[in-house]
Design a binder for this molecule. Structure first.
Ligand code: NAP
Length: 346
């Protein structure tokens, strides 16, 4: 496989740092450029970043100059961790100049010509990039909201096997999901916040789009009724979701568990470098999954599910947990880029 130079935008933030960590030693993408805000003009990355990862800052990256604009960016592949509201015009401009952009920001997610992709859920939506029609074949591929990603990946085995009609979710979302420095300590210690701005709207809109059908360059959202209540909890990393699902078929508990256990997607068949062997991990213990114990499953790329039980309202309930900054952001984007490489879009 050819190797590609890669840049990270928003490289000093929570997701940007995760990109830097995950791209160290990546077999196909070589991190050559890092871009931050103009607060750090003239600084090297190692001086500008408040490195929060458990592993040391990779040596080769420490001395990279932190660029503060994207003019003259060289890298073919651009991973964006820019803030929502700032990202869209920058990402569109980069695509028009021939860059392949993989974004985590909300701005372009629902644009008709931008594929919103989870590699195991809707790999075929990637083909939408052809509708963007830029000279040099630049394009933007979007990652979803972190809760929508974890939820959709957990639901995928059930949707495939039994048909998904409705879903209700209550999320317990980690602090790292709010970026750095994020939520004030005086608000969140000893507390749960019952509101995350715009989060529920994103989950409700994105889940049907992930499961939508693609025809002649357009996505028709799946007819799935979604209701969401999103909360912030004092957990550092890893979102937990209490999910109820309404299915078309009437499977037994064992059939549901078997669907979770046996699920594999396109990244597993293609053996992509960032693909976890088991994208959905079924925990049989009565008190799993938990964010602290299960967020690192599959290197942060698996979603763990458990507590599968009948639900008198929708049919079945379960609990899911996974890493919001890896599967729900940087790792998911890198997996999308690997899929794009194998499918010939890079
Ligand atoms: N955190 C998650 O779990 C998660 C999950 C899914 C999606 N996302 C999305 O991913 C993106 C990044 O999130 P995050 O949590 O990493 O946020 P963050 O920690 O606040 O990081 C934002 C990054 O963008 C830079 N930046 C801020 N304002 C800028 C501007 N005007 N122009 C250029 N760069 C600017 C910041 O630089 P400074 O360090 O200098 O401020 C920082 O590098 C957001 O769109 C978010 O919605 C996040």
């Amino acid at each position: 496989m050819k190797t590609y130079d890669a840049a990270v935008l928003g490289a000093t933030g929570a997701v940007g740092q995760k990109f830097v960590q995950l791209l160290e030693d990546h077999p196909w993408f070589r991190l050559t450029e890092v871009v931050g805000s103009d607060r750090h003009a003239g600084e090297a990355y190692g001086d500008a970043v408040r490195w929060a990862e458990g592993s040391p800052l990779p040596d080769g990256i420490r001395d990279l100059p932190l660029r503060t604009d994207v003019d003259g960016l060289d890298a073919e592949v651009v991973f964006s961790a820019l803030p929502g509201g700032k990202a869209g015009p920058v990402e569109r401009a980069l695509a028009a100049r021939g860059h392949r952009v993989f974004t985590n920001a909300r701005d372009l997610r629902m644009e008709p010509d931008v594929p919103l992709v989870i590699a195991e859920v809707n790999p075929d939506h990637l083909a939408l990039v052809e509708a963007q029609g830029h000279a040099g074949d630049g394009f933007v591929v979007a990652n979803g909201n972190c809760t929508a990603i974890l939820l959709s990946l957990a639901l995928k085995p059930l949707a495939d096997r039994f048909g998904l009609e409705a879903c209700h979710v209550v999320s317990m979302q980690a602090l790292s999901g709010a970026g750095y420095p994020g939520v004030p300590g005086l608000d969140i210690v000893d507390n749960v916040l019952p509101f995350i701005p715009e989060e529920e709207t994103k989950v409700v809109a994105e889940v049907p789009r992930f499961f939508g059908t693609i025809d002649r360059g357009r996505v028709t959202p799946a007819p799935i009724a979604v209701s969401a209540t999103c909360t912030r909890v004092p957990v550092l990393e890893g979102h937990m979701l209490a999910v109820s699902a309404g299915l078309r078929a009437t499977p037994s508990r064992e059939e549901i568990c078997e669907a979770f256990r046996s699920f594999r997607g396109e990244p597993q068949r293609l053996r992509l470098p960032s693909a976890p062997q088991t994208p959905v991990v079924l925990r049989e213990e009565e008190d799993r999954p938990q964010p602290r114990r299960d967020r690192d499953a599959g290197g942060g790329m698996s979603v763990s599910v458990g507590r599968v039980r009948p639900d008198p309202l929708l049919g079945w309930s379960f609990v899911a947990a996974g890493s919001n900054t890896i599967r729900g952001a940087a790792g998911g984007s890198i997996l999308n880029a690997e899929l794009a490489a194998v499918r010939g879009f890079l």
